[in-house]
Design a protein around this ligand. Structure first.
Ligand code: NJP
Length: 245
């Protein structure tokens, strides 16, 4: 209640659901992504329900845009208590196809984008001597799956970064870090797959598994954010009941 959050990748899926859930709990949310129309629509939905939301058009790969977006949020609401580093994409392919442009894009958005946003928010959190950073990794962040090699590499990087942040920021700056490792969630993420074989494979997976809803992950984030101040929920694996791991 009364806190301020920045949620990246808030124009769809897990990010949009997280923004709505946090706003429903009284958190003022900065909703960031590139698709402004989607953000404006989400902000209107949140405001209709009595919440507060600020759309922030921002590409996480653009350092200047990220810094401007963070400043806009602080100017509007005065602080940033929660950062949900959620923007990401997952174009799957076999390594032998050498889709290096897609590898680079995943590194740029999933890893460097997350670093950019964290770096832009940390001065404010360190000044406040409090904050909670959520990093959206994946079950692919603790295990490697065929066809997901580069995606797994980016999500392992996020898990490692989270572990390091926790060590460096917990005791000295009173900042909590929670790494979220979802299983399959029903979102637009699968639309970023350009490889026909993997696209079909993911469609078949959708017939076999009871995919989570984005709101399931949002509820998990709300749970960890609501823990008492001395409790750091370090890592959460959230899977569909029928997804073995
Ligand atoms: O996917 P989707 P999810 N700059 O496609 C944004 C992880 N995850 O909700 O910019 C800024 O609906 C994009 O916004 P826009 C996954 O790896 C998922 O599933 O307007 N934002 C959109 O809002 C990812 O890290 C599953 O296009 C950028 C958002 O990212 C996170 O969950 C399983 C951007 C993607 O939303 C959310 O993905 C798992 C940029 N350059 C982990 N590029 C799953 N769905 O099964 C993209 O383990 N975005």
């Amino acid at each position: 209640q009364g806190k301020v959050a920045l949620v990246t990748g808030a124009s769809s899926g897990i990010g949009a659901a997280t923004a709505e859930t946090l706003a429903g709990a009284g958190v003022k949310v900065g909703i960031a992504a590139r698709r402004k129309g989607r953000l404006d629509a989400l902000a209107a939905t949140i405001r209709d329900k009595g919440g507060e939301a600020l759309p922030i058009e921002m590409d996480v790969t653009d350092v200047a845009a990220v810094e401007a977006g963070v400043k806009k949020l602080i100017d509007a609401y005065g602080s940033i208590d929660i950062l949900v580093n959620n923007a990401g994409l997952m174009p799957l392919s076999d390594i032998e196809k050498l889709k290096t442009d897609e590898w680079a894009r995943m590194v740029d958005v999933n890893v460097k984008g997350l670093f950019n946003t964290t770096a832009a928010v940390l001065p404010q959190m360190m000044k406040q001597r409090s904050g909670h950073i959520f990093n959206m990794s994946s079950i692919a962040g603790r295990k490697v799956f065929k066809g997901l090699t580069v995606y797994c590499a980016t999500k392992h990087a996020i898990a490692a970064f989270s572990d390091g942040l926790r060590m460096e920021l917990g005791a000295s700056h009173n900042i909590r870090v929670t790494c979220i490792q979802p299983g399959a969630v029903d979102t637009e993420l699968y639309e970023s797959i350009t490889d026909e074989g993997y696209r079909k494979q993911m469609e078949e997976l959708a017939d076999q598994l009871t995919f989570l809803k984005p709101g399931d992950i949002a509820d998990t984030i709300l749970f960890a954010a609501g823990a008492p101040a001395h409790v750091n929920v370090a890592e959460l694996f959230v899977l569909p009941i029928d997804q073995g791991w």
